[in-house]
Design a protein around this ligand. Structure first.
Ligand SMILES: [Zn+2]
Length: 182
């Protein structure tokens, strides 16, 4: 019955299982790419991809990771979410041990060199819209900094000049809480 549970459920309910899958390491790799791209001080970009669950092994994967457009320091970054991959096999029967696409994932970018005063952290309205989009229709994750508002800035923000290696967290982008069963 738990064949189609999402990483969101794993994250919030079964942390040891989540850690066992090394999915967080896959997210960390993409975060390192995001930071490396932002370290030049001139431009930066987000990354986006999809989380898969191989029900024959219980292992998660991160596939189709795609960079967003480069943006200069005075511009907010955006993702380029690739087309949602198909399950393998494409039309699994209820008894198949298939590889299911269970969530989407993306990073937000450091503000270390931006020229605007601050930005909000966590999912944007566009991110929430993506999760409920008919072509996506699954929970998402945003990898972004822990809020650290500077004096006089709104809560839920990080300022310009935020140190690039500051603490990050995984934000769920829901609804939906789980993808529909095939
Ligand atoms: Zn986003």
């Amino acid at each position: 019955m738990n064949k189609f549970f999402t990483t969101f459920a794993i994250l919030t309910i079964a942390t040891p299982l989540f850690a066992q899958t090394s999915l967080i390491d896959l997210f960390d790799n993409v975060w390192e790419m995001t930071k490396a791209d932002a370290a030049n001080g001139v431009q930066r970009r987000e990354y986006a991809g999809y989380v898969t669950l191989d029900t024959s092994t219980g292992e998660y994967g991160l596939v189709n990771v795609t960079p967003g457009p480069w943006v200069p320091n005075n511009t907010n970054a955006s993702m380029r979410l690739p087309v949602r991959p198909k399950d393998i096999p494409e039309n699994p029967s209820p008894v198949d041990t298939a590889i299911y696409v269970v969530a989407w994932f993306h990073t937000h970018t450091p503000t270390t060199f931006v020229t605007f005063p601050y930005r909000e952290v966590g999912p944007s309205q566009g991110d929430f819209n993506a999760s409920i989009h008919p072509y996506i229709n699954m929970p998402g994750f945003a990898y972004d900094y822990v809020p650290a508002p500077a004096n006089g800035h709104p809560s839920g923000t990080i300022p310009a000049g935020h140190p690039i290696n500051s603490s990050v967290m995984l934000y769920p982008v829901t609804p939906p809480e789980r993808r529909p069963t095939p």
